[in-house]
Every structure is written in C-alpha cells, then in structure tokens.
Design a protein around this ligand. Structure first.
Ligand SMILES: NC(=O)c1ccc[n+]([C@@H]2O[C@H](COP(=O)([O-])OP(=O)(O)OC[C@H]3O[C@@H](n4cnc5c(N)ncnc54)[C@H](O)[C@@H]3O)[C@@H](O)[C@H]2O)c1
Length: 376
C-alpha cells in the first residue's frame, strides 16, 4: 500500500468483463488502477489509457515486479487462474480472482497454501453475491420474512446473442473449450454464480447433486451445455431442503439486456412465505426486482439498485475496503472451495448419469493430494 493509503491495483486480463470489474476500483477513493496486463499489447495499452494507469504490460511477471501494484485482479481464462494467483501471491500481492476460481479443488488448495505462506489476502469474486436485490433477499430471509427457508429455485434464460453486448469470438472460444473453461460455458462458467446462489440464502451444506446436462452442437466442433436441469439436497433432514437450477437456451428469444443476453430469476420458498428475485444480468421481466409474499399479501421492493453493473462496483469496493480495514474478504477461498465442489459434483453427475455426493468430490481431492504427498 502506498504512503497515501491508496491500494494500487494491477488488472490482469483486460477483456470483456474488465469493462465492469474496473468500476469498484475507479470509484473507490482509496484505490487506483496503476497497471494493466494482457497478452494482447493493444488491449493492455487501450485499457491503460482508459483507466489512466501508469503502465501497460504484456507479461505477468513484469506487472508483478512493479512496486506500485499492491493487489491484482485476475480476469483471464480459467485454465490460467491457479498459476497466476500463486505467482501473484509469491510476489507479495493480494489477489482478487474471478470465478470460477480454478478447475479443481487441488488447484484452489494450492492457492490457499501460497496465501498462507505469504500472509496475503485472496478473495474469489462472484458478483451475484453483491447484486443488491440478492443481498436484500438474504437480509429479509435472515430477519425471518419467509419463516424457515426450505428451497431455492433458480432459472437461467439464455436469449438471442445479438441482443446483448458484443462478445468477441476470442472471448467465446475458450469458454466452449472444456479443457480451458474447466466445464461447460453455461453450467460451470455461468454455473458458478448459480451454485453460489444455491448456498447464499441459507447456511446449509450441499449433500447430494443430480444433473441432466444436454450438450448442444454449435458447429466447428464447439458445444454448449444447455439445456440443463440440476437439483440438489441440502445436508440434514430437519427440515428436508432441496434446490434446483434450470438453464434454457432460447436462442431465438429477445432478452432486454445491457450486458449478456441472458437473465436469472430466483425463488426462495420458506415455511411462511416466498421471495422472488425477478432479474439479474438482464431485464427479462417487467416485474419489481424483488417481491415478498407473506400472510396473503405481496410486497414489492422498488427502491433497489438493479443494474447488474452495480454488483461489480460494490464487489470491487468491498475488496478495497477489506484490504484497508484488514478484515477477511466477504468471499473467502474456503467458501469458494465449497461452491467449486458443488459445481464439480454437478458436472460429474451429468457425465456419469448418476447422483453424486459432494463428499465424493472432497474425498477424491483428498486422495489425490495424499497420493501426491506420497510420491518420491
Ligand atoms: N462475474 C461475471 O459475471 C463474469 C462475467 C464474464 C466473465 N467472468 C470471468 O472473468 C474472467 C475473464 O472473462 P472475460 O469474459 O473477460 O474473458 P475475455 O476472453 O474477454 O478476456 C480475457 C483476457 O485475458 C487475456 N489473456 C489471456 N491470456 C493471458 C495471460 N497469460 N496474461 C494476461 N492476459 C491474458 C486475453 O487477451 C483477454 O483480453 C473469467 O474468469 C470469467 O469467468 C465473470
């Protein structure tokens, strides 16, 4: 941190989502984007100018050697996340890592080891957790507005791509390459948000998962993992709780959106009431963003910030504040590990057409790491 108590941010990967991820750092009075890094030099330089940063790099090591950089924001394809996060920590930088953090639990554990060794902060950024209607819904649940929460139902609609913002072919190509993405573009990349929402509204562990994921051929050897229907059971039987998430690929349907041409709706059902969050990424429905049903009456919450971009701004500001205040980030590696295990259980369930326990994913990771430790 500089003598003026300003956090210097290095943006690593300056592609599509950097448009929104920069907002919290540009808005916070105590942070500044000081450097950019992208393997595409033109992109790095364009962003340097746009964000009034001092330096543009095409090589991560060069950015990490820059003493003005206190923390990095990693916004690269998922197969690069683990190595880049570990390198940043080894260089003494704090890390904000975009979801999904890694492909595997072993990789996230490697980041955790590196963070412990250097005493730096890592937070895994998942913006749905900062979206004001989601936060308000959780606040209402915690205050008992729907009684005991019993189930979460999430629905994602993917619409006609030309109606959203433009996404370069390069930005799409690594997503539909399962080896680079780590799973499907819908059920792993986007899915991380929805699995996190499955855990966000009540503090229960996920016990078992069952997933149908249909792989649709897009042409040129690329595949999209939709439609899909994923269901899960929370741990414990008093009460019994289930959750579900469905994705629809309605590629002919117009979805109003300033961002991706998709939208997510969530329903949380409780013993005494129901909450609906009617929008997120897009503006699919003309309904109030948040509605509560209880005791025969519905109440709409209109006075909420509903622009999806707000979740990025608030999430960026939260990271800066946590570094300044020396507190734990709101999204820790341990929490991200639980969400990742959930996502991996869904992927395995669909691949093997059977129900998968999250413990199975955890045990496989534990076996793998003890096998590694036993190697000469
Ligand atoms: N929170 C969200 O809703 C959300 C939305 C979109 C993307 N994301 C996440 O953000 C990350 C980036 O996604 P995107 O859509 O911006 O991707 P993108 O492909 O548009 O941008 C990635 C950028 O990284 C650069 N890059 C590639 N290799 C690099 C390297 N070795 N060093 C430095 N730069 C490198 C590319 O040139 C590109 O500019 C991913 O983790 C993705 O899942 C999150």
């Amino acid at each position: 941190m500089s003598v003026t108590n300003t956090i210097g941010i290095g943006m690593v990967g300056c592609g599509r989502i950097a448009d929104l991820q920069c907002l919290g750092y540009l808005d916070h009075p105590s942070s500044r984007i000081v450097a950019t890094c992208d393997i595409d030099g033109e992109v790095a330089e364009r962003r340097r100018v746009e964000w009034k940063a001092e330096r543009a790099y095409t090589n991560l090591d060069d950015l990490l050697a820059d003493p003005r950089v206190d923390a990095v924001e990693i916004l690269t394809p998922h197969d690069l996340h683990a190595d880049q996060a570990v390198a940043a920590l080894a260089a003494g930088k704090h890390v904000s890592l975009q979801k999904p953090p890694t492909h595997s639990l072993a990789e996230i554990d490697r980041i955790a080891d590196a963070a412990r060794a250097c005493g730096r902060v890592v937070r895994v950024f998942e913006n749905f957790a900062h979206y004001p209607p989601h936060r308000k819904a959780r606040e209402l649940i915690e205050a008992g507005a729907i009684g005991t929460p019993l189930s979460v139902r999430i629905k994602t609609a993917l619409g006609r791509p030309s109606d959203g913002w433009s996404v370069s072919m390069q930005s799409q190509a690594w997503r539909v390459d399962r080896g680079r993405c780590g799973g499907g573009a819908l059920t792993f990349d986007h899915g991380y948000h929805c699995f996190h929402m499955g855990q966000f509204f009540f503090p229960c562990e996920i016990e078992r998962v069952h997933a149908f994921i249909h792989w649709t051929r897009l042409g040129d050897g690329a595949w999209l993992d939709g439609p899909s229907l994923i269901s899960w059971k929370y741990a414990g039987d008093t009460p019994v709780r289930y959750g579900s998430w469905e994705t629809m690929t309605s590629v002919g349907m117009r979805i109003r959106s300033n961002y991706y041409a998709s939208d997510d709706r969530i329903e949380v059902h409780g013993s005494e009431g129901i909450l609906w969050v009617n929008r997120c990424t897009g503006k699919l429905l003309d309904e109030p963003a948040l509605v509560l049903y209880r005791d025969g009456e519905t109440r709409a919450f209109h006075d909420l910030e509903t622009d999806w971009a707000a979740s990025f701004r608030l999430g960026g500001e939260d990271f800066v504040s946590c570094l300044l205040d020396g507190r734990e980030p709101s999204q820790t590696l341990a929490q991200a590990r639980r969400t990742l295990a959930f996502a991996l259980a869904a992927g395995l369930s669909a691949d093997q057409a059977r129900e998968v326990t999250v413990a199975e994913i955890e045990n496989a990771a534990a076996c793998l790491s003890s096998t590694c430790e036993n190697q000469p």
